[in-house]
Design a protein around this ligand. Structure first.
Ligand code: C2E
Ligand code: MG
Ligand code: MG
Length: 288
């Protein structure tokens, strides 16, 4: 077992290679237990306007708070959860928690801050149960339309299951917006995107990382933004870590930015303290 200082100031537990190989079954058992005793926690990462001085949306990111191991990042357990099918129950917990938090944020702020929620391809089932629950719980919450943005990956969209398209339409008709996460790494065709009710495209961090040094990355990001705007879709760039990246994305008419430069994912308490009770100014622009 090892503890590593994560990308941000929270300490993350990380699994060694041997543990990964040996421990899939063990991990699945631990996850089952984690669901029962609700060992999960949502962190919140701000999504800001292009100038970086206004909070526009926020992404909910799950962490597993294990009683012995401490905080575990999603990349260390979501794949196992997907493989074992436990992701469905985790997704249920995320939905309920994020709606409860959204109600709290709304009461604090008086206006809606759209919360972006991740989903795995295997969560959205043929039976329509997943979507029914989202619609039902959203209606119960009495939050205004647009309070939630469901992030799906290109993989989700590329399944041969044609009901996905209808399900996304249904979400939209019920005031739940849809975003494509990690855009650019999959194989979705532009023609296909146009047929879907998509609100936001999130450009994958891998294209943003070297945007200031690699001309082909610039060309690609520029093409994605132009294409998105042409079909009436807005764009979030993920993984902004420098002012140079921000300026370049501004030149390319990107709509929103998300990244450590503005804020790492925060606990709910920190997010509320830093963003909701202080005129929604990101902490950066206040000089601390
Ligand atoms: P994602 O949805 O693409 O989320 C963005 C990831 O990039 C987050 O990692 C975030 O902490 C990280 N990030 C944001 N800005 C920067 C930056 O400037 N630099 C760098 N290096 N990283 C940045 P995280 O929280 O570890 O989440 C990883 C992935 O786990 C997510 O990628 C998402 O696919 C998945 N995930 C997270 N929460 C959930 C959930 O509730 N349900 C499901 N099914 N998947 C989730
Ligand atoms: Mg995401
Ligand atoms: Mg992403």
């Amino acid at each position: 077992l090892s503890k590593s200082k994560g990308r941000n100031r929270y300490e993350f537990f990380s699994f060694s290679m041997e543990e990964q190989a040996l421990g899939k079954r063990r991990l699945t058992e631990e996850l089952r237990q984690a669901i029962k005793s609700e060992q999960f926690q949502l962190f919140y990462q701000p999504i800001v306007n292009i100038d970086g001085n206004q909070l526009k949306k926020v992404e909910a990111l799950i962490r597993w708070n294990h009683p012995k191991w401490g905080l575990i990042e999603p990349n260390d357990f979501i794949p196992v959860a997907e493989e074992s099918g436990l992701i469905v129950e985790i997704g249920n917990w995320v939905r309920q928690q994020v709606i409860a938090d959204a109600i709290e944020f709304y009461q604090l702020q008086g206006t809606v801050i759209q919360i972006s929620v991740n989903t795995s391809p295997t969560e959205i089932d043929r039976s329509g149960k997943w979507i029914d629950q989202w619609i039902l719980d959203c209606n119960k919450s009495k939050l205004p339309h647009g309070a939630f943005l469901i992030e799906v990956t290109e993989n989700t969209l590329m399944t041969p299951d044609s009901s996905i398209k209808q399900q996304l339409k249904l979400l939209n008709n019920n005031g739940i917006k849809v975003a494509i996460d990690d855009f650019g790494v999959g194989y979705s065709s532009l023609a296909y995107l146009q047929e879907l009710d998509i609100d936001i495209i999130k450009i994958d961090r891998s294209f943003i990382t070297n945007i200031t040094t690699n001309e082909s990355s610039v060309a690609l990001v520029k093409a994605i933004i132009t294409m998105a705007h042409n079909i009436g879709v807005q764009v979030v760039a993920e993984g902004i870590e420098s002012r140079a990246q921000q300026l370049l994305l501004k030149q390319l008419s990107c709509d929103y930015l998300q990244g450590f430069m503005f804020s790492t994912p925060l606990t709910k308490a920190d997010f509320c303290r830093q963003y909701l009770q202080s005129n929604i100014e990101p902490k950066q622009s206040k000089g601390h």
